[in-house]
Design a protein. Sequence first.
Length: 359
Amino acid sequence: MKVITLTFLILLTACASVKAVVILQYHHISDTTPAITSLSPKLFEQHLAYLQTNNFTVLSIEQLLSGLQDKKPFPNKSVVITFDDGYRSIYDTAFPLLKRYNYPFTVFVQTAPLEKGLRQFMNWQELEELIANGGAIGNHSVNHDHLIPKSDSYSKKRLERHVKFEISEAQKALSGNLSKVVNVFAYPYGEFSQLTKKVVKRLGYVAMGQHSGAASWQSDLQALPRFPMGGRYGKMDDFSLKVNSLAFLDVQTRLLDQRRDIGISHLLPSLQKRPRLQIEFLKQGVGRSALVNGIRCYASDGSELVKAIESDNKIIFSMKNDVIEGRSRFNCTAPSAQKNRFFWLSQPLISVDSNGGYY
Protein backbone atom coordinates (compact mmCIF):
# COMPACT_ATOMS: atom_id res chain seq x y z
CA MET A 1 0.00 0.00 0.00
CA LYS A 2 1.35 3.39 -0.97
CA VAL A 3 1.19 5.51 2.17
CA ILE A 4 1.30 9.26 1.77
CA THR A 5 -0.44 10.70 4.75
CA LEU A 6 -2.90 13.57 4.63
CA THR A 7 -3.20 14.46 8.30
CA PHE A 8 -5.05 17.09 10.23
CA LEU A 9 -4.29 17.04 13.96
CA ILE A 10 -7.00 18.66 16.00
CA LEU A 11 -7.03 18.77 19.81
CA LEU A 12 -9.81 17.23 21.93
CA THR A 13 -9.79 17.81 25.71
CA ALA A 14 -12.12 18.86 28.48
CA CYS A 15 -10.82 22.44 28.08
CA ALA A 16 -12.03 22.72 24.48
CA SER A 17 -13.88 25.94 25.16
CA VAL A 18 -10.63 27.81 25.86
CA LYS A 19 -8.42 26.09 23.26
CA ALA A 20 -10.51 26.94 20.24
CA VAL A 21 -11.69 29.97 18.33
CA VAL A 22 -14.31 30.41 15.59
CA ILE A 23 -13.18 32.40 12.55
CA LEU A 24 -15.97 34.03 10.53
CA GLN A 25 -15.64 34.86 6.83
CA TYR A 26 -17.69 37.55 5.07
CA HIS A 27 -17.53 39.11 1.58
CA HIS A 28 -20.19 41.73 0.73
CA ILE A 29 -22.37 43.35 3.39
CA SER A 30 -25.10 44.56 1.07
CA ASP A 31 -28.59 43.90 -0.27
CA THR A 32 -27.59 44.69 -3.87
CA THR A 33 -24.47 42.58 -4.49
CA PRO A 34 -24.41 38.92 -5.67
CA ALA A 35 -26.49 36.89 -3.22
CA ILE A 36 -24.11 33.93 -3.07
CA THR A 37 -21.41 36.01 -1.36
CA SER A 38 -23.54 38.65 0.34
CA LEU A 39 -25.04 39.17 3.77
CA SER A 40 -27.61 41.88 4.37
CA PRO A 41 -26.58 44.84 6.58
CA LYS A 42 -29.51 44.08 8.88
CA LEU A 43 -28.40 40.49 9.38
CA PHE A 44 -24.76 41.49 9.83
CA GLU A 45 -25.75 43.86 12.63
CA GLN A 46 -27.73 41.04 14.20
CA HIS A 47 -24.56 38.95 14.17
CA LEU A 48 -22.63 41.67 16.00
CA ALA A 49 -25.42 42.21 18.51
CA TYR A 50 -25.57 38.46 19.20
CA LEU A 51 -21.84 38.39 19.95
CA GLN A 52 -22.21 41.27 22.39
CA THR A 53 -25.37 40.03 24.09
CA ASN A 54 -23.96 36.53 24.56
CA ASN A 55 -20.60 37.63 25.94
CA PHE A 56 -18.34 36.56 23.09
CA THR A 57 -14.78 37.84 22.94
CA VAL A 58 -13.91 39.19 19.48
CA LEU A 59 -10.18 38.76 18.97
CA SER A 60 -7.83 40.63 16.65
CA ILE A 61 -5.86 38.67 14.07
CA GLU A 62 -2.73 39.24 16.17
CA GLN A 63 -4.39 37.71 19.23
CA LEU A 64 -5.48 34.75 17.12
CA LEU A 65 -1.97 34.14 15.83
CA SER A 66 -0.42 34.51 19.27
CA GLY A 67 -2.83 31.99 20.75
CA LEU A 68 -2.42 29.42 17.98
CA GLN A 69 1.35 29.68 17.60
CA ASP A 70 2.22 29.94 21.31
CA LYS A 71 -0.51 27.56 22.49
CA LYS A 72 -2.04 30.17 24.76
CA PRO A 73 -5.61 29.64 25.99
CA PHE A 74 -8.35 31.70 24.38
CA PRO A 75 -11.22 33.23 26.35
CA ASN A 76 -14.36 31.10 26.33
CA LYS A 77 -16.46 31.79 23.21
CA SER A 78 -13.76 33.51 21.15
CA VAL A 79 -14.42 34.77 17.62
CA VAL A 80 -12.38 36.39 14.83
CA ILE A 81 -14.12 38.47 12.12
CA THR A 82 -12.64 38.42 8.61
CA PHE A 83 -13.65 39.71 5.17
CA ASP A 84 -12.32 38.60 1.79
CA ASP A 85 -11.59 40.68 -1.32
CA GLY A 86 -11.86 44.26 -0.01
CA TYR A 87 -15.25 45.22 -1.39
CA ARG A 88 -16.61 48.73 -0.93
CA SER A 89 -19.55 47.54 1.17
CA ILE A 90 -17.08 46.61 3.91
CA TYR A 91 -16.06 50.26 4.19
CA ASP A 92 -19.48 51.78 3.60
CA THR A 93 -21.61 49.41 5.70
CA ALA A 94 -19.65 46.93 7.85
CA PHE A 95 -16.97 49.34 9.08
CA PRO A 96 -19.35 51.81 10.80
CA LEU A 97 -21.07 48.92 12.59
CA LEU A 98 -17.77 47.38 13.68
CA LYS A 99 -16.66 50.74 15.07
CA ARG A 100 -19.92 51.06 16.99
CA TYR A 101 -19.36 47.67 18.64
CA ASN A 102 -15.61 48.31 18.98
CA TYR A 103 -14.78 44.96 17.35
CA PRO A 104 -11.43 44.25 15.66
CA PHE A 105 -11.55 42.71 12.18
CA THR A 106 -9.34 41.72 9.27
CA VAL A 107 -9.79 42.34 5.54
CA PHE A 108 -7.94 40.10 3.06
CA VAL A 109 -7.26 42.19 -0.02
CA GLN A 110 -6.66 41.24 -3.63
CA THR A 111 -4.45 44.01 -4.95
CA ALA A 112 -5.09 44.16 -8.73
CA PRO A 113 -8.50 45.88 -8.34
CA LEU A 114 -6.94 48.55 -6.11
CA GLU A 115 -4.12 49.16 -8.56
CA LYS A 116 -6.71 49.53 -11.32
CA GLY A 117 -8.91 51.81 -9.20
CA LEU A 118 -12.02 49.67 -9.58
CA ARG A 119 -14.90 51.44 -7.86
CA GLN A 120 -16.53 48.37 -6.31
CA PHE A 121 -13.44 47.93 -4.12
CA MET A 122 -11.97 50.09 -1.38
CA ASN A 123 -8.98 52.28 -2.16
CA TRP A 124 -5.66 52.56 -0.31
CA GLN A 125 -6.75 55.58 1.75
CA GLU A 126 -9.85 53.78 2.96
CA LEU A 127 -7.85 50.69 3.88
CA GLU A 128 -5.49 52.90 5.89
CA GLU A 129 -8.50 54.31 7.70
CA LEU A 130 -9.54 50.78 8.64
CA ILE A 131 -6.08 50.14 10.09
CA ALA A 132 -6.35 53.29 12.20
CA ASN A 133 -9.67 52.09 13.62
CA GLY A 134 -9.11 48.51 14.74
CA GLY A 135 -8.82 46.83 11.37
CA ALA A 136 -6.01 44.68 9.98
CA ILE A 137 -5.13 44.01 6.34
CA GLY A 138 -3.98 40.66 5.00
CA ASN A 139 -3.00 39.14 1.66
CA HIS A 140 -5.54 37.65 -0.76
CA SER A 141 -3.28 37.46 -3.84
CA VAL A 142 -2.91 39.83 -6.80
CA ASN A 143 -5.55 38.51 -9.18
CA HIS A 144 -7.69 36.12 -7.13
CA ASP A 145 -6.56 33.24 -9.35
CA HIS A 146 -7.00 29.55 -8.61
CA LEU A 147 -3.88 28.41 -6.74
CA ILE A 148 -4.35 24.69 -7.26
CA PRO A 149 -3.28 22.66 -10.31
CA LYS A 150 -5.57 22.72 -13.33
CA SER A 151 -5.36 18.93 -13.48
CA ASP A 152 -3.33 15.98 -12.21
CA SER A 153 -0.78 16.53 -14.97
CA TYR A 154 -0.24 20.24 -14.33
CA SER A 155 3.42 21.21 -13.85
CA LYS A 156 4.38 21.52 -10.18
CA LYS A 157 7.14 24.02 -10.99
CA ARG A 158 4.74 26.18 -12.98
CA LEU A 159 2.21 26.13 -10.14
CA GLU A 160 4.86 26.95 -7.56
CA ARG A 161 6.04 29.98 -9.58
CA HIS A 162 2.46 31.16 -9.94
CA VAL A 163 1.70 30.86 -6.22
CA LYS A 164 4.90 32.70 -5.29
CA PHE A 165 4.10 35.51 -7.71
CA GLU A 166 0.51 35.97 -6.56
CA ILE A 167 1.47 36.15 -2.88
CA SER A 168 4.77 38.01 -3.07
CA GLU A 169 3.61 40.67 -5.53
CA ALA A 170 0.45 41.27 -3.54
CA GLN A 171 2.48 41.69 -0.36
CA LYS A 172 4.74 44.22 -2.10
CA ALA A 173 1.73 46.28 -3.12
CA LEU A 174 0.16 46.08 0.34
CA SER A 175 3.37 46.94 2.18
CA GLY A 176 4.16 49.76 -0.23
CA ASN A 177 0.82 51.46 0.25
CA LEU A 178 -0.19 50.72 3.85
CA SER A 179 1.35 51.36 7.26
CA LYS A 180 0.79 47.82 8.55
CA VAL A 181 0.11 44.44 6.93
CA VAL A 182 -0.19 41.08 8.69
CA ASN A 183 1.56 37.99 7.33
CA VAL A 184 -1.65 36.04 6.88
CA PHE A 185 -2.88 34.78 3.52
CA ALA A 186 -6.47 33.87 2.59
CA TYR A 187 -6.68 31.38 -0.28
CA PRO A 188 -8.81 32.58 -3.22
CA TYR A 189 -11.96 30.43 -3.33
CA GLY A 190 -10.62 28.67 -0.23
CA GLU A 191 -8.60 26.39 -2.55
CA PHE A 192 -5.23 24.94 -1.61
CA SER A 193 -3.14 21.89 -2.36
CA GLN A 194 -0.28 20.20 -0.53
CA LEU A 195 2.16 22.11 -2.77
CA THR A 196 0.37 25.41 -2.22
CA LYS A 197 0.57 24.97 1.54
CA LYS A 198 4.31 24.21 1.34
CA VAL A 199 4.94 27.38 -0.67
CA VAL A 200 2.85 29.47 1.73
CA LYS A 201 4.77 28.07 4.71
CA ARG A 202 8.15 28.72 3.07
CA LEU A 203 7.10 32.32 2.43
CA GLY A 204 6.32 32.71 6.13
CA TYR A 205 2.52 32.97 6.11
CA VAL A 206 -0.27 31.56 8.18
CA ALA A 207 -3.14 30.84 5.78
CA MET A 208 -6.92 30.52 5.90
CA GLY A 209 -9.31 28.43 3.86
CA GLN A 210 -13.08 28.44 3.91
CA HIS A 211 -13.84 24.92 5.06
CA SER A 212 -15.87 25.13 8.24
CA GLY A 213 -15.08 24.30 11.83
CA ALA A 214 -13.47 25.84 14.88
CA ALA A 215 -9.69 26.41 14.88
CA SER A 216 -7.51 25.01 17.64
CA TRP A 217 -3.89 24.83 18.76
CA GLN A 218 -3.18 21.88 16.46
CA SER A 219 -5.05 23.15 13.43
CA ASP A 220 -2.97 23.29 10.27
CA LEU A 221 -1.55 26.83 10.29
CA GLN A 222 -1.48 26.81 6.48
CA ALA A 223 -5.16 25.81 6.24
CA LEU A 224 -7.12 27.32 9.11
CA PRO A 225 -10.88 26.72 8.92
CA ARG A 226 -13.41 29.55 8.65
CA PHE A 227 -17.19 29.58 8.64
CA PRO A 228 -18.45 31.35 5.46
CA MET A 229 -21.29 33.77 6.15
CA GLY A 230 -23.24 34.72 3.05
CA GLY A 231 -25.71 33.35 0.55
CA ARG A 232 -27.65 30.50 2.16
CA TYR A 233 -25.43 30.65 5.22
CA GLY A 234 -25.56 33.22 7.99
CA LYS A 235 -29.19 33.36 9.07
CA MET A 236 -29.40 33.72 12.81
CA ASP A 237 -30.12 30.07 13.64
CA ASP A 238 -27.20 29.01 11.43
CA PHE A 239 -24.96 31.74 12.83
CA SER A 240 -25.69 30.93 16.48
CA LEU A 241 -25.01 27.23 15.87
CA LYS A 242 -21.67 27.80 14.16
CA VAL A 243 -20.34 30.61 16.33
CA ASN A 244 -20.83 28.37 19.38
CA SER A 245 -18.98 25.42 17.85
CA LEU A 246 -16.00 23.74 19.50
CA ALA A 247 -12.90 22.15 18.02
CA PHE A 248 -12.36 18.41 18.10
CA LEU A 249 -9.09 17.90 19.96
CA ASP A 250 -6.58 15.04 19.82
CA VAL A 251 -8.19 13.70 16.66
CA GLN A 252 -6.46 12.57 13.48
CA THR A 253 -8.35 12.51 10.19
CA ARG A 254 -7.33 10.86 6.92
CA LEU A 255 -8.92 10.51 3.52
CA LEU A 256 -9.02 6.96 2.17
CA ASP A 257 -9.75 5.78 -1.35
CA GLN A 258 -12.16 2.95 -2.14
CA ARG A 259 -9.42 0.41 -1.42
CA ARG A 260 -8.78 2.10 1.92
CA ASP A 261 -5.34 3.26 0.80
CA ILE A 262 -4.47 6.61 2.38
CA GLY A 263 -5.16 9.45 -0.03
CA ILE A 264 -2.37 11.57 -1.42
CA SER A 265 -4.40 14.76 -1.23
CA HIS A 266 -7.90 16.18 -0.94
CA LEU A 267 -7.59 16.95 -4.68
CA LEU A 268 -9.34 13.83 -5.89
CA PRO A 269 -8.24 12.10 -9.11
CA SER A 270 -10.84 11.30 -11.75
CA LEU A 271 -11.39 7.70 -10.60
CA GLN A 272 -11.89 8.67 -6.98
CA LYS A 273 -15.64 9.22 -6.74
CA ARG A 274 -16.37 8.05 -3.20
CA PRO A 275 -13.52 8.84 -0.84
CA ARG A 276 -13.83 7.67 2.74
CA LEU A 277 -13.01 9.60 5.87
CA GLN A 278 -11.14 7.93 8.72
CA ILE A 279 -11.30 9.59 12.14
CA GLU A 280 -9.09 8.36 14.96
CA PHE A 281 -9.34 9.60 18.55
CA LEU A 282 -5.77 9.67 19.80
CA LYS A 283 -6.19 9.84 23.56
CA GLN A 284 -8.05 7.96 26.21
CA GLY A 285 -10.23 10.11 28.42
CA VAL A 286 -13.60 10.82 29.89
CA GLY A 287 -16.12 11.37 27.12
CA ARG A 288 -14.25 9.62 24.31
CA SER A 289 -16.82 6.85 24.05
CA ALA A 290 -19.61 9.41 23.81
CA LEU A 291 -17.80 11.22 21.00
CA VAL A 292 -17.12 8.00 19.10
CA ASN A 293 -20.78 7.10 19.33
CA GLY A 294 -22.11 10.63 18.84
CA ILE A 295 -20.09 11.88 15.88
CA ARG A 296 -21.94 12.19 12.55
CA CYS A 297 -20.55 13.26 9.17
CA TYR A 298 -22.32 14.66 6.11
CA ALA A 299 -21.45 15.27 2.46
CA SER A 300 -22.09 18.60 0.73
CA ASP A 301 -25.25 17.24 -0.86
CA GLY A 302 -26.69 16.85 2.64
CA SER A 303 -26.53 13.06 2.73
CA GLU A 304 -25.25 11.47 5.92
CA LEU A 305 -22.12 9.35 5.54
CA VAL A 306 -22.32 5.69 6.51
CA LYS A 307 -20.54 5.17 9.83
CA ALA A 308 -18.52 2.07 10.67
CA ILE A 309 -16.84 1.90 14.09
CA GLU A 310 -13.58 0.02 13.55
CA SER A 311 -12.46 0.04 17.19
CA ASP A 312 -13.01 1.98 20.40
CA ASN A 313 -11.10 4.93 18.91
CA LYS A 314 -11.33 4.63 15.11
CA ILE A 315 -14.25 5.25 12.74
CA ILE A 316 -14.56 5.13 8.96
CA PHE A 317 -17.26 7.11 7.13
CA SER A 318 -18.34 6.16 3.60
CA MET A 319 -20.35 8.09 0.99
CA LYS A 320 -23.76 7.01 -0.27
CA ASN A 321 -23.42 9.05 -3.48
CA ASP A 322 -20.58 10.10 -5.75
CA VAL A 323 -18.77 13.26 -4.69
CA ILE A 324 -19.93 16.39 -6.52
CA GLU A 325 -17.63 18.05 -9.06
CA GLY A 326 -15.54 20.96 -7.86
CA ARG A 327 -15.27 22.16 -4.26
CA SER A 328 -17.11 20.31 -1.51
CA ARG A 329 -16.47 18.99 1.99
CA PHE A 330 -17.30 16.51 4.67
CA ASN A 331 -18.73 18.18 7.78
CA CYS A 332 -18.58 16.24 11.03
CA THR A 333 -20.23 17.20 14.31
CA ALA A 334 -20.75 15.70 17.75
CA PRO A 335 -22.71 17.01 20.73
CA SER A 336 -20.74 18.36 23.69
CA ALA A 337 -21.58 18.46 27.38
CA GLN A 338 -22.25 22.20 27.01
CA LYS A 339 -25.79 23.12 26.09
CA ASN A 340 -26.26 24.07 22.41
CA ARG A 341 -22.55 23.62 21.61
CA PHE A 342 -21.21 21.06 19.16
CA PHE A 343 -17.76 19.85 18.20
CA TRP A 344 -17.24 20.56 14.50
CA LEU A 345 -14.62 19.72 11.87
CA SER A 346 -14.59 19.92 8.11
CA GLN A 347 -12.57 18.00 5.53
CA PRO A 348 -12.30 19.87 2.19
CA LEU A 349 -12.60 17.95 -1.08
CA ILE A 350 -11.95 19.04 -4.66
CA SER A 351 -13.07 16.67 -7.40
CA VAL A 352 -12.27 16.89 -11.10
CA ASP A 353 -14.94 17.95 -13.57
CA SER A 354 -16.04 16.08 -16.70
CA ASN A 355 -12.95 17.37 -18.54
CA GLY A 356 -10.58 16.08 -15.88
CA GLY A 357 -9.75 19.52 -14.46
CA TYR A 358 -10.01 20.95 -10.97
CA TYR A 359 -11.37 24.25 -12.33
